[in-house]
Design a protein around this ligand. Structure first.
Ligand code: PBG
Length: 308
């Protein structure tokens, strides 16, 4: 009678690939999650595939940052290298790349910024131009799906058009259609070395208070050609996930983010609850609320837990 069943195919494993390290390095606030060299990322990806997972999501940490995010769209950038290496070692595994500029910008914002004194703003169209270059370079390296997470306006249409024009019409787009300005990204910013050096992301990420606006954001991305819609974070936004799934009937992903992961880890370590039971309950709630795909740092463990 169980309505909602989980399996390894529901989960996507995020991987942080760094150009700066040889040895894997654990992220302080995310026990069991590591920054990886390309070689270690290939091992992780292979392991993920053998455990029954279908997909990984790659984030890059470049050796150098600048104000044009040059390393984001370099043909031999860290993500581009990792995609090629993983697709060579494990051609069946779906490789998704996070397309954003914050890890590559010296100021840590997701786009090109202009500052006047105390104030700054993100230049939307200039940022979209760089995001397009980044997405095309990921596709050229062999990415199966690109996942723009920047929240600029018009980027899905621009990326779709450029991919099609340059022969990558088979590359899909997962849009972070509804991404809230959230307190729960804290540990990620350590993992990806991308905290904003000034200001915050509230001018381009969404206000937690706005549900109708979330649907308008998602509608734009549907029109512009997104294949899969993503809602992020997960647990505080189950209502949004449900509404997006119901309204558009598109494949819908949800990102259970770093802070949500850290929170459960910390609670379990304190003996407040059993980690596995808590994680299975959370994942079941996400799927019940409409998620077709769940991005989670527990993907590997879940592949095992859901088989038993
Ligand atoms: C990049 C990006 C972020 C996350 C995914 N892509 C961070 C942010 O917007 O600050 C967060 C993922 C997580 O917290 O696990 N823009």
């Amino acid at each position: 009678m169980r309505e909602t069943k989980l399996s390894a195919h529901d989960f996507v494993l995020p991987l942080f690939v760094s150009e700066k390290i040889e040895q894997r390095r654990e992220i302080r606030s995310m026990p069991g999650v590591f920054q990886l060299s390309v070689r270690d990322a290939v091992d992780e990806a292979r392991q993920a595939y053998e455990l029954g997972l279908q997909a990984v999501l790659l984030f890059g940490i470049p050796a150098t940052k600048d104000e044009a995010a040059t390393a984001a769209y370099h043909a031999d950038g860290i993500v581009q290298q990792a995609v090629r290496a993983i697709k060579t070692a494990c051609p069946q595994l779906v490789v998704i790349t996070d397309v954003c500029l914050c890890e590559y910008m010296s100021h840590g914002h997701c786009g090109v910024t202009q500052r006047d004194g105390e104030h700054f703003h993100v230049l939307n169209d200039e940022s979209v131009a760089l995001l397009v270059k980044t997405a095309v370079s990921h596709a050229a390296a062999g990415a199966d799906l690109v996942a723009p997470s920047d929240m600029m306006d018009g980027r899905i249409a621009a990326i779709r058009q450029a991919l099609d024009e340059q022969g990558f019409d088979q590359t899909g787009i997962i849009s972070y259609a509804v991404k809230f300005a959230s307190a729960f990204y804290g540990p990620f910013r350590e993992a990806a070395e991308s905290p904003p050096q000034f200001g915050d992301r509230r001018t381009y990420q969404m206000d937690a208070a706005n549900g109708d606006e979330a649907l308008r954001e998602a509608a734009l991305d549907v029109e512009e050609g997104a294949d899969i819609l993503m809602v992020k974070p997960a647990l505080p936004y189950l209502d949004i996930l449900w509404r997006v799934r119901e309204r558009f009937g598109k494949p819908t992903a949800v990102y259970h983010v770093s802070g949500e992961f850290a929170m459960v880890k910390a609670g379990a370590e304190k003996g407040c609850f059993d980690e596995r039971a808590a994680v299975l309950e959370i994942m079941t709630s996400l799927k019940r609320a409409g998620a077709d795909v769940i991005v989670t740092y527990w993907a590997k463990e879940l592949a095992g837990w859901t088989r038993e």
